[in-house]
Ligand binder design. Structure first.
Ligand SMILES: CC(C)(COP(=O)(O)OP(=O)(O)OC[C@H]1O[C@@H](n2cnc3c(N)ncnc32)[C@H](O)[C@@H]1OP(=O)(O)O)[C@@H](O)C(=O)NCCC(=O)NCCS
Length: 163
């Protein structure tokens, strides 16, 4: 229960594409403040993002889950399992948590934790050796959250603008 409201969780279907796109907009809007020079999108990018959601919803190696209050989506997670790269390592599979978002009013209530743990359980079932993700360095809340879930910093991405 979150503030008296029951939050339910289920795997996303192709009927949820609009809801997922709304949540994804929220995720991008949230990130704009961190690095406005990077979060710039091509015209028509929404179509590509929607296709990417569809592909993951259909794939047996992907996990897309929604958190809902009644009929309203209040959060989602997306993760996919792929070959561990580069293949010189002993590890075989890596699970990439590509997106996690919870609407503002539902943060700090355990919804993100539930979504993360469900995605992690899927990754384990699929035999992944590691779960990996990328978080903006300025997104302190997300970084703190992920470390609480058990992640550690491995590689740091450095960027220099050339144009
Ligand atoms: C980053 C984000 C997913 C983290 O979510 P969150 O709201 O902090 O996570 P949770 O709701 O699971 O919160 C865990 C906290 O709630 C507490 N909590 C409260 N009630 C709880 C309950 N019933 N069950 C579990 N935890 C509960 C936990 O103790 C923990 O608190 P603490 O960290 O202050 O000790 C969320 O802030 C978000 O969507 N941000 C915007 C998008 C974003 O940055 N996404 C990540 C992109 S990389």
């Amino acid at each position: 229960m979150t503030g008296g409201q029951q939050v339910t969780y289920r795997k996303a279907t192709l009927k949820d594409l609009d809801a997922l796109m709304d949540l994804w907009d929220g995720l991008m809007e949230y990130h704009l403040d961190f690095f406005p020079e990077i979060y710039q999108f091509r015209k028509g990018h929404e179509k590509k993002q929607q296709k990417w959601f569809s592909k993951n919803i259909r794939s047996k190696n992907s996990f897309v889950m929604l958190a809902e209050v009644g009929d309203t989506a209040v959060g989602f997670v997306m993760l996919f399992v792929e070959k561990f790269m580069p293949s010189i390592y002993i590890w075989k599979k890596s699970a990439v948590l590509s997106d996690l978002f919870v609407c503002e009013g539902y943060r700090g209530t355990g919804v993100a934790k539930k979504l993360y743990k469900s995605a992690r359980a899927f990754a384990k079932r699929k035999g992944a050796d590691f779960l990996q993700l990328r978080a903006d360095s300025k997104n302190l809340r997300a970084n703190k959250f992920y470390d609480k879930m058990g992640t550690f910093d491995y590689m740091i991405t450095k960027m220099e603008r050339l144009k």
